[in-house]
Ligand binder design. Structure first.
Ligand SMILES: NC(=O)c1ccc[n+]([C@@H]2O[C@H](COP(=O)([O-])OP(=O)(O)OC[C@H]3O[C@@H](n4cnc5c(N)ncnc54)[C@H](OP(=O)(O)O)[C@@H]3O)[C@@H](O)[C@H]2O)c1
Length: 293
C-alpha cells in the first residue's frame, strides 16, 4: 500500500512498484478524484480512503494494514488546514500506523536535517514522527531524501521556474548545500526497501539517507537547472526579509517557500552516508540540465 500515492513522491513510488510487478493499493483522501494525478498504468489499481488527521490510533489502521505485505508512507503537508495539522499528519498518524504495522514492513518518507534544533512546527512534527517510527515494533525503514527534482512537484517545479528568471534572488544565510535527487530514483529506492528481505539490521542501517551525486549550493543548483547558457546574477536578499517572506507565504499559502524551508536552507541538506547506489543498484543520476556544475 502506498499512502499519498497521488503525490509527487507517491506517484513515482506507484510507477516503480508497478514496473516491478507488485500489486499496489493507493491511499488518498480523495480516492475517486485522483485519476489525473496517477500514471496511466496505475488508474485501475485499487484505492483506499485515508485521512491521516483522523487516524490517530492503532485501531484505525489495523484492518487496512492487515491486507498488505508492506506500507510506503509518502504523505506530508506543507501547510496546515483545519484538522490537518502538522502534529496530526506527521506525528500522531505515523505513530499509530507504525504500531499497527507490528512486524510488517513500513517504509516512511521523511526528510534530511530534522535532528538539528528547529522552531518550525513543520520540521519538529516530522522529527516526532521519525522518533515514533523508530520506537515502534514495525519492521521499519526511515527514508530521508535530499531536495527532489522531477516532473510535477510543487517545490521542484517552482525552483525550475525561478532558475529561468533574469536574476537569482537568494537570502544571504542560505548557505546550506543540497544533493538534489531524481524523484523517480527515489520511487525505485522506496520499492526496493519495501520488498527487501527482513533483516535484524540495527537502527543505523534502517535509516536510509539518499541524494544525488553532487553537493551544490542553492545558487549552483539554480544554475544547473537553468536552460540559458548565460548565468543569472545573484540578487542577495537580507535575512530579515527572507524570514518575513517565509511567514507571509505560510499565512497566505503562497509558493513552496515556508518558515521550515527558511530554517533548512541555513544548514546542509546532504546525506551523511548516501545510500542511493546501494538501493538503486547503480550510481544515482545527475540532476539538472547543466549538472556538470
Ligand atoms: N518534494 C521534496 O523535494 C521532498 C524532499 C524531501 C522530503 N520530502 C517529504 O516527502 C513527503 C511527501 O512530499 P511530496 O513532495 O510528495 O508532497 P505532495 O506532492 O504534496 O504529496 C503529499 C501527498 O500526501 C497526501 N496527503 C496530504 N494530506 C493528507 C492527509 N491528511 N491524509 C492522507 N493523505 C494526505 C496527498 O494525497 P491526496 O491529496 O490524494 O490525499 C498527497 O498526494 C513530505 O513529508 C515531504 O516533506 C519531500
Amino acid at each position: 500500500m502506498i499512502l499519498g500515492g497521488s503525490g509527487f513522491i507517491g506517484r513515482h513510488a506507484v510507477a516503480a512498484a508497478l514496473a516491478r510487478g507488485l500489486d499496489v493499493t493507493i491511499g488518498s483522501r480523495h480516492p475517486r478524484r485522483i485519476d489525473h494525478k496517477l500514471p496511466a498504468i496505475a488508474r485501475d489499481r485499487p484505492r483506499i480512503a485515508v485521512h491521516m488527521e483522523r487516524m490517530n490510533s492503532e485501531e484505525h489502521w489495523r484492518d487496512i494494514v492487515r491486507k498488505h505485505d508492506a506500507v510506503i508512507n509518502c504523505v506530508g503537508i506543507l501547510r496546515q488546514r483545519g484538522r490537518e495539522t502538522y502534529e496530526a499528519v506527521h506525528h500522531r498518524a505515523v505513530a499509530a500506523l507504525a504500531r499497527a504495522c507490528r512486524e510488517r514492513r513500513l517504509v516512511h518518507v521523511s526528510a534530511l536535517g530534522l535532528e538539528a534544533p528547529a522552531r518550525s512546527r513543520f520540521l519538529t512534527s516530522k522529527r516526532r514522527g521519525e522518533v515514533a517510527l523508530m520506537d515502534s515494533p514495525a519492521d521499519w525503514y526511515l527514508v530521508r531524501p535530499s531536495l527532489l527534482d522531477g516532473h510535477g512537484g510543487f517545490g521542484a517545479e517552482w525552483l525550475q521556474r525561478v532558475a529561468q528568471w533574469p536574476v537569482h534572488p537568494l537570502p544571504n544565510a542560505a548557505r546550506g548545500r543540497i544533493a538534489a535527487f531524481d524523484v523517480s530514483e527515489l520511487g525505485e529506492c522506496l520499492c526496493a526497501l519495501a520488498t527487501a528481505p527482513r533483516t535484524d539490521a540495527a537502527a543505523d542501517e534502517r535509516i536510509v539517507e539518499l541524494g544525488g551525486p553532487h553537493s551544490l549550493s542553492l545558487l549552483e543548483y539554480l544554475r544547473a537547472l537553468r536552460r540559458s547558457p548565460s548565468p543569472a546574477p545573484l540578487l542577495p536578499i537580507p535575512d530579515w526579509l527572507a524570514r518575513l517572506t517565509s511567514h507571509v507565504c505560510d499565512v497566505l499559502h503562497l509558493t513552496p517557500f515556508s518558515f521550515g524551508h527558511w530554517e533548512l536552507l541555513q544548514r546542509d541538506n546532504l546525506p551523511s552516508r548516501n545510500r542511493a547506489a546501494e538501493w538503486l543498484g547503480r550510481e544515482p543520476a545527475s540532476v539538472g540540465r547543466n549538472s556538470a556544475l
